[in-house]
Design a protein around this ligand. Structure first.
Ligand SMILES: Cc1ncc(COP(=O)(O)O)c(C=O)c1O
Length: 479
């Protein structure tokens, strides 16, 4: 190589966040070698010239060269100096214009609900967390206690069960049997990262192209997206003023997603006769009923209705979530399914996330068995009831022609607008006045107002702003 022209030494690459100077020099030279700017066999300039070219001290350069020699990119010999020891990486080819996404990923992204974002003086939109529901003291104490004892655990293997720690599954089974009219044994419980992860696990196990999933119309966008991503055909089942219409169920489906306790988003509770019709249909068609019991722990008036699961434990898969009622940052929930289903899920889970958050699960067991969770829910119900009453009273006062669906649980109010008023128009005019509401996709005269995340003055001022935006004359002070 004697006499070969000195290769082009590149300028120092821009620094990455937190990158030390010698690492940056190493990266610059390695990059030039792998791209072929410094070809195999090329002799690098002397230390002094190279350091000057890169704008670094000689020590820094020597450090970087030693590192590259160790990695095998450079060969240093006293006689012939420092030479490049490897050829460039084979050409990576033209950059692809599209990622090679799977059909699942494409469908998942297509079904994603875009958050419209935006800042509003009063934000009634659904889907917000409710920090006031967080039982900070009991939760952090339970976490801290369990963190200490977990560190000393003698048999950590007992915590490796893919369904979640047995202790928590026992506590949940006892809680659901006592409080929710459910029919649960610990081997029927799997702890999840919330309802969404339960839906995903079940959708993967039961659905694929060529199968049918039925779901309420309207329904929860998160459920629709998880089921649709599998490629299964979705069949909507209409919802009326009493909830899902059993007469409209399809003859065949692998599963049906339903919210009988508090229909999302209309908030109605499915009456007993329709529950029985639903179970008969499931027994006849062989479908599983996915009962999303999301609002049970958000009940503000009276007691929550018993679960569908208690009526047909072999046909119903119950989904529960602590994502709203406990800590908004804790993705935590559960599903209850026949043991043959939980056995399958225990087998498929290790492919995705192995064991659920053990520390959260153990803290949850403490809250359930000590009664702290039940006490927390009683306090939460008072807060929710107060906010619900304030919003419904203010709406009834300012919008007597709006029909509010009577709700005993959940975090929002469902409104049917009078003839002549359309939801899109109401949303636009409200937004101009700094108030955000949620639409009900596919329903032109229905809107939703979430109340739980707003305090009483905000609820009242939100309704006043809304009234102003919609040209309702001021009526003196709202209740
Ligand atoms: C109908 C319904 N199901 C379930 C959930 C809770 O889902 P996750 O546990 O994934 O937060 C919500 C929360 O908004 C909901 O509206």
């Amino acid at each position: 190589m004697k006499g070969a022209p000195a290769p082009d030494v590149p300028a120092l690459l821009p620094a990455l966040p937190g990158e030390a100077l010698h690492t940056r020099v190493t990266r610059t030279l390695r990059d030039a070698i792998t791209r072929g700017t410094l070809p195999e066999g090329a002799r690098l300039p002397g230390h002094r010239a190279l350091a000057a070219r890169l704008g670094v001290s000689r020590n820094t350069l020597v450090d970087a060269l030693a590192h590259l020699e160790l990695e095998g990119y450079l060969h240093v010999s006293g006689r012939s100096g420092t030479r490049v020891a490897v050829p460039p990486l084979s050409a990576p080819g033209a950059p692809r214009s599209r990622l090679p996404l799977s059909a699942w990923a494409s469908r998942a992204l297509a079904g994603q609900v875009q958050d419209v974002g935006g800042e509003y003086a009063v934000d009634f939109r659904v889907g917000q967390s409710v920090p006031d529901l967080f039982p900070e003291a009991v939760w952090t104490q339970a976490l801290a206690r369990r963190a200490v004892s977990l560190g000393r655990a003698e048999r950590p293997a007992a915590l490796q069960d893919p369904l979640g720690p047995l202790e928590t599954r026992r506590a949940l089974a006892a809680y659901l049997n006592a409080e929710r009219g459910a029919h649960v044994r610990p081997d029927m419980v799997m702890l999840t990262g919330g309802t969404q992860s339960a839906l995903d696990a079940l959708a993967r196990v039961f659905l694929e192209e060529g199968r049918v999933a039925a779901l309420e119309d309207p329904t929860y966008a998160g459920a629709r997206a998880a089921l649709a991503a599998t490629g299964a055909r979705l069949l909507p089942v209409p919802v009326d003023g009493a909830g899902l219409c059993p007469d409209a169920l399809p003859p065949q489906a692998t599963l049906l997603y339903t919210t009988p306790g508090c229909q999302y988003p209309t908030t109605v509770t499915l009456p007993a006769a329709r529950r029985q019709a639903l179970i008969s249909w499931a027994a006849g068609s062989g479908a599983f009923l996915l009962e999303d019991d999301y609002a049970a722990d958000l009940h503000h008036t009276g007691r929550p209705p018993a679960t569908l699961q208690g009526l047909a434990p072999g046909r119903v898969i119950l989904l529960g979530s602590f994502s709203k009622s406990l800590a908004p940052v804790t993705r935590s929930g559960f599903l209850v399914a026949p043991p043959e289903v939980t056995r399958v899920l225990a087998g498929t889970r290790p492919l995705t996330d192995r064991v659920p958050g053990v520390l959260d699960a153990l803290a949850l067991a403490d809250l359930l068995t000590s009664g702290a969770y039940a006490r927390h829910l009683r306090r939460a119900a008072l807060l929710l009831r107060r906010r619900h009453e304030v919003l419904t009273a203010a709406l009834a006062h300012r919008f007597p022609d709006w029909a509010l669906t009577a709700a005993r649980s959940g975090l929002h109010v469902h409104v049917t607008l009078p003839a002549g008023l359309c939801a899109a128009d109401v949303l636009t005019r409200a937004a101009r006045a700094g108030v955000a509401l949620s639409p009900v996709p596919g329903r032109e005269r229905e809107v939703l107002l979430a109340f739980a995340q707003l305090d009483v003055p905000a609820l009242r001022s939100g309704v006043e702003r809304l009234a102003g935006a919609l040209g309702r004359p001021a009526l003196g002070s709202g209740k």
